[in-house]
Design a protein around this ligand. Structure first.
Ligand SMILES: Cc1cc2nc3c(=O)[nH]c(=O)nc-3n(C[C@H](O)[C@H](O)[C@H](O)COP(=O)(O)O)c2cc1C
Length: 154
């Protein structure tokens, strides 16, 4: 069994491309060593991260992530055992999404403000599952595109 945890948080400071690259480089290297896979979405100052791996490993990582000063309002949206990892191809894929894209994943109007999109996910677990599935679809499409970068592929 694989443990999957999905959380959202607000970045404490607007993340520049360099900040995100540093964060991802460190996360990918550490995750590879710990058998953790997943994806990080960043949209307008809000993070959504999907973490998968062995339960104790994921819980230990989440305890560290929760106290990381680079973000705040860390909210676990969904966690539990899943039959198999969905993101096993990526040590930590990155998806820079637009608010319109996330609204589309949630079947909400494209004009919905980002905080409202995430409030919806906090209230409705099925929306979290839909978003995780949409993130996976985006990544799978990128993988088929030879012009896309390595994306932290495992
Ligand atoms: C949004 C966000 C996502 C992160 N994702 C990961 C991750 O996937 N893997 C990881 O090892 N650290 C991740 N980190 C970094 C951890 O919070 C922490 O800095 C890192 O595990 C090193 O902790 P340590 O120096 O106490 O060992 C993330 C941090 C932030 C802010």
């Amino acid at each position: 069994m694989t443990y999957q945890l999905i959380y959202s948080s607000d970045s404490s400071i607007p993340m520049q491309a360099d900040d995100l690259e540093d964060l991802l480089e460190q996360a990918r290297e550490r995750n590879a060593r710990r058998g953790i896979t997943g994806a990080l979405v960043y949209v307008d100052g809000v993070f959504l991260q999907i973490l998968e791996g062995e339960a104790a490993t994921i819980k230990a990582l989440m305890a560290k992530i929760a106290i990381d000063l680079r973000h705040e309002a860390v909210t676990v949206l969904q966690e539990g055992e899943v039959p198999a990892p969905r993101f096993s191809d990526w040590t930590m894929a990155y998806v820079g999404a637009t608010p319109e894209q996330v609204a589309d994943w949630l079947c909400m109007p494209g004009t919905t403000p980002v905080p409202d999109l995430f409030d919806g996910m906090r209230r409705d677990a099925s929306q979290v599952t839909n978003v995780a599935q949409s993130v996976l679809s985006v990544l799978s499409a990128d993988r088929a595109d030879p012009a896309s970068g390595p994306q932290g592929r495992a």
